[in-house]
Design a binder for this molecule. Sequence first.
Ligand code: URA
Length: 212
Amino acid sequence: MKIHIADHPLITHKLTVLRDEKTDSPTFRRLTEEIVTLLAYEAMREVKTKSVSVKTPVAMAQGVQLTKPKPVVVPILRAGLGMLEGFSRLIPTAEIGFLGMVRNEQTLKATTYANRLPEELHGRQCYILDPMLATGGTLVAAIEFLQEKGATDITAICILAAPEGVAVLEKAFASSSLQLKLVTGALDERLNEKGYIVPGLGDAGDRLYGVI
Ligand code: URA
């Protein structure tokens, strides 16, 4: 698995405000979108393109165009939804799938409760949006779900990651031929006994949408 930890003062600055417990939901949502746009820029460094030529008012120029099939972006509900707008702003032509996953707070095990995805993901570049890579359970389950639909090229975009989650992800796909990449805004210290990232930012879903 390739890992890219964003090392950019602008991302770290925005992350600092996001972490602050005093930051309200509207600001949290806006900052999440901004951070995801910046992370998506990094994540799409290897997006597939083909050469094309265009005529400028002055001369012919060589350029590139994104190839088909279009990339697929899959936010994991509910917190991943807060990342979708930031991703789509960068690449509005990406197709959007949805995966509803819930973590049992006692066992920390993830289960799928809803999905809307293309039937065939072979040959598609897939981008999973999940703000917090904590125990890794949700992301491993989501990646396996996409693999069952033929996906071979998956990039996970997470705002924060814990070393424990990164290790779980690495172990789960160590012997797989899957092209897997993780792009994250920061690698934090650890998980606490409740499975929260430390120092983290708390419950991303609650901070985006309120406690319901
Ligand atoms: N999910 C969250 O929203 N926050 C964490 O710290 C861990 C998992």
